[in-house]
Design a protein around this ligand. Structure first.
Ligand SMILES: NC(=O)c1ccc[n+]([C@@H]2O[C@H](COP(=O)([O-])OP(=O)(O)OC[C@H]3O[C@@H](n4cnc5c(N)ncnc54)[C@H](O)[C@@H]3O)[C@@H](O)[C@H]2O)c1
Length: 328
């Protein structure tokens, strides 16, 4: 049986990747330290005969027994609220964590796919962003901890490919959404849906004319799978190019949820990108991939997930407690 190690398995994308690889007939080892993830995301796999879980911080030496065919390195805080609270862990998981996993891949002769991000383009000066754009990142801005960790991660991965001949893949993920996102992670979709469900006003930062594009998780996971199985070693954008302004999106959420609340405007955070849109020509050509799930369908599925949360979860105001990880 082909064996895959997925780091960040208890997170949003990691847990969906576990499902995908199990469905494709793989033996899956999930690894996570739960710093931003949740045990609940893997609960349904608890007794799966082809799934095992290792609780481990990937910034520490990673040991896997037996053979390994593939590694997907998805461990990393991913939302601004998380990485602004745990900036050093964010830098460490992108650098030391990636180094450890590249080491495992080399030792096992496994192919490794690294989760990069549209944040490597920073506040982009070209639109849409294609893979040959080098980006516009403020190294010392608050978001630099995430953006630069991911940029370093890409460099390290290419060095292992060039120097050691390792089989590497790099996916640059653009905003992805779907069930199992955390309600309080600060990303716009759970934020709006949570506010709508609690009957609160929807908060838009800035004038709301900044644009975003959102990719439904099933599309994202398919793209990642195809990239892993391809022969292409350079970064590939996977995301949905359909842009919408945050203001129009807030209006869409108001319609979808039927909430009677209104939009309120607050000051734009530092280095919040004004526009983000993937150029997915490469993924189309190389992987014959493009997103298939429209926003209406995807948002409905996501809203159904948030609606199913308990009242307690919906009203839990504090964000994830990172205190037990701070001295790691
Ligand atoms: N969701 C998106 O839209 C998006 C966009 C771009 C890139 N990405 C990338 O995809 C990956 C997953 O993102 P997500 O949205 O699922 O975030 P998430 O926070 O839901 O999942 C990340 C997981 O990694 C785990 N983790 C973090 N540090 C760890 C460590 N040191 N050791 C072990 N586990 C650790 C967390 O506990 C969590 O379960 C990240 O690498 C992120 O940068 C996501």
């Amino acid at each position: 049986m082909k064996k895959v190690l997925i780091t960040g398995a208890a997170g949003f994308l990691g847990s969906h990747l576990c499902d995908k690889f199990l469905n494709e007939g793989f033996y899956v080892i999930g690894m996570d330290n739960f710093i931003t993830g949740d045990k609940k995301n893997l609960k349904h796999l608890e007794n799966h005969p082809h799934f095992e879980f290792i609780e481990h911080d990937v910034t520490k030496f990673v040991e896997i027994k037996g053979h390994l065919d593939y590694i997907l390195h998805f461990a990393s805080p991913a939302s601004p609220i998380d990485y602004l609270k745990i900036p050093i862990q964010t830098l460490k998981v992108g650098s030391l964590g990636t180094h450890n996993l590249l080491g495992v891949a080399k030792a096992k002769n496994a192919r490794i796919l690294i989760a990069s991000t549209s944040e490597v383009y920073g506040d982009p000066l070209v639109h849409p962003q294609s893979e040959d754009y080098y980006g516009n990142v403020n190294t010392i801005g608050p978001r630099g901890v995430y953006d630069e960790a991911k940029r370093f991660q890409e460099s390290l991965t290419m060095a292992y490919h060039r120097f050691h001949g390792l089989e590497t893949r790099i996916v640059r993920i653009f905003n992805t959404y779907g069930p199992r996102m955390r309600l309080n992670d600060g990303r716009v979709i759970p934020a709006f849906m949570g506010q709508a469900l609690r009957g609160e006003d929807l908060t838009v930062f800035g004038d709301g004319l900044q644009t975003r594009s959102f990719c439904y998780v099933d599309d994202q996971v398919k793209g990642i799978y195809r990239l892993l199985m391809s022969n292409y070693v350079y970064p590939v954008n996977i995301g949905n190019p359909h842009e919408i302004t945050i203001k129009s999106f807030a209006e869409e959420i108001i319609r979808l949820t039927g909430t009677k609340t209104k939009i309120v405007y607050k000051e734009l955070p530092v280095n919040d990108p004004l526009q983000r849109q993937p150029d997915i020509s490469l993924a189309k050509k190389l992987l014959h991939w493009e997103p298939k799930i429209g926003r209406e369908e995807g948002m409905k599925k996501t809203f159904d997930f948030f609606k199913s949360l308990s009242k307690e979860e919906l009203y839990k105001s504090e964000h994830k407690d990172f205190s037990r990880y701070i001295n790691n």
